[in-house]
Design a binder for this molecule. Sequence first.
Ligand code: DQQ
Length: 574
Amino acid sequence: MDNIYSFLVLCLCYLLICDGVEVAAFKNHEPISNVSQSYRTAYHFQPSKNWMNDPNGPMYYNGVYHLFYQYNPYGPLWGNISWGHSISYDLINWVHLDVALVPNEPYDINGCWSGSATILPSGEPVILYTGSDTNKHQLQNLAFPKNLSDPLLSEWIKSSQNPLLSPPEGIDPSSFRDPSTAWMGTDGQWRVVIGSEIDHHGMAILYKSKDFRHWTRTANPLHLSNKTIMWECPDFYPVSVNGKDGLDTSVQGKNDIRHVLKASFNNSDHYVVGNYDPKTDQYEVDTDFMDSKARLQYDYGRFYASKSFYDGKNKRRILWSWIDEDDSESDDIKKGWSGLQSIPRSIWLSGNGDRLVQWPVKELEKLRTQKVHFENKELKGGSVLEISGITASQADVEITFSLSNFNEAELLLNTEVVDPQILCTQKNASVSGSFGPFGLLLLASKDMIEYTAVFFRVFRGANDFRVLMCTDQSRSSLRSDVDKTIYGVFLDLDPRHAKISLRSLIDHSIVESFGGEGLACITARVYPKLAIKEQAQLYAFNNSTQSVSISSLSAWSMKKAQIVPIGKRRKLIK
Ligand code: DQQ
């Protein structure tokens, strides 16, 4: 008996030593107790510890919001990928449940990778996810709740029919993943798209099914784009052309509906808007991925592998995204965790129907506490204004600027061929122009050695005016080993008629900024050394030659959200 035991232990040691990469991921790391946790957030979704990446299968079901996510239950690095599971009644306060899916079958033994939830007409929610099998080939699998009368849907069962889908001929078995939420066509058949590539060009392969178990590949992909690489986590959904209400993924329509296709590649989430014919499955896009300088991205900073869902309770479509770390693996091991989720955002089509608008879900406002507010304050060129009275490391800030003397704006011609990120990098927060940079200095140290600048510049074109929005991380941290990228995007607004507004959500190591009331977003992860906790300051600034006016500023300290393991609370859950 002893011999068998020693043999098994030896085998286990051999397996661990042979696969050096996985050893770190599988090791049950405990955060080092004396490490400062100043980068842990207060109101962004995080597991209590360990690695998290993509949001998976978000849904609203029977009064409860569910968020699943790519999770390593054993450590702060990617590996042993399982589906973490948390539930909420308000999208802000969360309870962590037991892991919903673990890699324990031949068809997913190398990881239960990303996927989506669909609510069937019977009311039963189901999950389609990618399994990485014994050969690291990607297969699509089905799972469903063990007990539909459990209000939390705590346990999930994998279908005995798995795997439902194997990589089709001609497709690299390591490039076939991330099933979307399914939608039903006018013929009563389900459709789902799977991320893939052919000849290194990204595509969304389309499958149809009558029963959600047997799927047939359609003759053509839903969409393919030769200016992209492998698509991860495709998402496809209808948006209304009239107003902000979201639509269920299966809703059909003619003139009042457009369709958005999102694909994750090149470290960003790109989308296109177009018209989808549910009879023929033809999808005609306005402008293809990467075809214009004004390329559409959910966010022009750090934001990847996002997923949306329809919230039938509040008739809105909500977007979640993984916001990864930029510090090193050894930092993650010290912290004991890695990865955040964005604040869930409501998304809808802009008035002119060519892009999406995003705004933090209204429930976030419940966390607002001490408030500072003022109106009509002139910010002279070269001035900085301290905004005190709130916790600047954990805050929600809304500011609106107004300008006059537009003819003083710098000339910038051919803005359609100017890359806004390059422009922000050349004209960073320290470069004075006539209108800009003006905006906010966030997570700033008292001596201004550290700060993250989120700012605007206004330019005069041949016939119009352009507003540039930038997030400058070049001074975000004294540390030299973290990201210093400067991000940028042009806002689709005319500053002569619309005010220039910014909302920034500041949460210790993340700054999510919404420009022009959500016309464009930039998210940054920052790792200040000095501007942490009570040491962090907040300023408005104007480093232009011209004056600008703050028409209104409201800033709130934010309370900590309750994001806790279920533990003894199971009894307390409604
Ligand atoms: N993450 C998952 C994949 C997906 C990738 C693996 C995107 O399913 O393609 O953890 O971040």
